[in-house]
Design a protein around this ligand. Structure first.
Ligand SMILES: Nc1ncnc2c1ncn2[C@@H]1O[C@H](COP(=O)(O)OP(=O)(O)O)[C@@H](O)[C@H]1O
Ligand SMILES: O=C(O)[C@@H](O)C(=O)COP(=O)(O)O
Length: 434
């Protein structure tokens, strides 16, 4: 291939541990000028046939909160499917708030990918300064708060109680974990390369990178462009396409993504209990019909609660979106979890919201869906049977509009990470479709 020919096959294969994380990553790659397709679940040959003439393929898994061995095996399956396309560079995407537990799954999955690729060192870069996530001296901040004081300590599935990523990642892996500190980052690409090779000599294979600005991410992206595997949030991905262009790996031109052209009713489903989503629900209260789910009712008899909501939605003004939310206060969540078990409640609510959404789409013709929460969105898109998404324009940092590519009737989907977006996110997302 000559330098001027656009790539016909992807140069970057991405494996994301949840679906909103995947769209966040895809969004940043698109903003960097890549042509991107997102596939849901480990793709087979039929699905990958859609991935011709793209620069990056993002595989969205739902492996963040499942048993470690399952997460490893699905991630390796995803890697194999991408390797079959002769992709040479890979990106393991996890949350910019490093959502995981002391058992995993970030460290163990990264380790398995490294082993499979024969890679002896990789970087861990959760920083996403545009969304307020920065790393300083190995500590993760959300805005001006340490991770463990940011609200993430109350997450229903992976409460984040330690902001020190070197220590926390160290608990998830038997590999040595080190840091490229801000002092090194400030000194530039050569200093970073030197530090990485020094750490490699010291047998440090997992390297957390301090990053507090887009300028530092740009520099880090250049330093990482030759690595077969990088890991992180989506921040680094915003700058990798240019770094790949500079080193001759990527040849395509920057293109402008289009808003999905999908008519029909709008549905907002929020299964996230994060602070940002709670604020977004409060903002819509009074602006559109809002149904707050009775979680005990869901645990007792989901069918009764589902029928109630379908009836309520069918009687609502078709000119308005409807908003259905399961979120509760940290105290209420703890109480429900103590009664039923944390994972049992989480899965029951995910299953409930998925079945409900499918019914609202099929029976009442909702076609514009805004879904809040990574696990929630993952469960719903799986139940809807969607396997490929086209990435549209950005709604807010980390959240693009997307359009399903494989259904008879297209759906417009905004898959929002629980913690992303301003208070008016739901309203502004839907306004973009007018
Ligand atoms: N009221 C509730 N009590 C307990 N768990 C809940 C409640 N509402 C939602 N959940 C669960 O909390 C989890 C939220 O995770 P997720 O959807 O990924 O949101 P986020 O993006 O904020 O992390 C889901 O598994 C969801 O089913
Ligand atoms: O990196 C991020 O912050 C997001 O892309 C992400 O993964 C968020 O996860 P959820 O909050 O579970 O949606």
């Amino acid at each position: 291939m000559t330098e001027t020919q656009p790539n016909r096959t992807a140069v970057l294969g991405c494996i994301a541990d949840d679906v909103t994380g995947a769209t966040d990553l895809a969004n940043n790659l698109v903003r960097g000028g890549m042509r991107v397709v997102q596939v849901l679940g480990v793709p087979d040959a039929r699905v990958l046939a859609n991935a011709f003439e793209v620069d990056a393929i993002v595989v969205a898994l739902k492996t963040r909160s499942i048993p470690k061995q399952d997460a490893i095996s699905q991630s390796l399956d995803a890697l194999k499917s991408l390797q079959a396309l002769r992709i040479s560079h890979f990106y393991f995407k996890y949350c910019s708030t490093f959502d995981s537990t002391e058992e995993g799954n970030i460290g163990p999955v990264a380790e398995a990918l490294m082993d499979s690729l024969g890679v002896t060192q990789t970087v861990f870069c959760p920083a996403f300064p545009a969304a307020g996530r920065t790393v300083y001296q190995g500590h993760l901040f959300v805005g001006d708060q340490l991770l463990n004081e940011s609200g993430m300590q109350n997450h229903p599935l992976n409460p984040m109680t330690d902001a020190n990523l070197v220590r926390f990642l160290g608990k998830q892996t038997s590999r040595r974990v080190g840091l490229v500190s801000s002092a090194v980052i400030e000194s530039g690409a050569a200093a970073v390369a030197q530090r990485l090779s020094q750490l490699k000599e010291d047998d440090v294979s997992m390297v957390v990178t301090d990053t507090t600005s887009d300028e530092q991410l740009t520099m880090l992206a250049s330093s990482c462009a030759s690595l077969p595997l990088v890991t992180g949030g989506s921040g680094l991905a915003r700058f990798l396409p240019d770094a790949y262009r500079e080193c001759g790996l990527l040849h395509s031109q920057v293109f402008a993504p289009e808003v999905p052209k999908v008519d029909g009713r709008s549905l907002i489903v929020a299964g996230s209990c994060s602070r940002a989503t709670a604020g977004q629900i409060r903002y819509m209260d009074g602006k559109c019909p809002l149904y707050r789910i009775d979680v005990s009712g869901v645990m007792d008899d989901p069918n009764v609660e589902q029928n109630k909501i379908v009836k309520w939605a069918s009687e609502s003004d078709p000119g308005q979106p409807v908003l259905i939310a399961s979120g509760a206060s940290p105290e209420q969540i703890t109480e429900t979890q103590e009664r039923f078990g944390a994972m049992e409640v989480a899965l029951a609510i995910e299953n409930f919201l998925s079945a409900l959404t499918v019914r609202l789409v099929k029976d009442l013709g909702f076609t514009r869906l805004v879904l809040a929460g990574g696990e929630t969105s993952g469960a719903i898109v799986r139940e809807l049977g969607i396997d490929t998404l086209r990435i549209g324009p950005e709604i807010c940092t980390g959240v693009p509009w997307t359009e399903s590519l494989d259904r008879e009737r297209s759906l417009a989907l905004a898959l929002k990470s629980g913690n992303f977006g301003d208070a008016n996110f739901f309203e502004s997302a839907l306004e973009m479709l007018r």
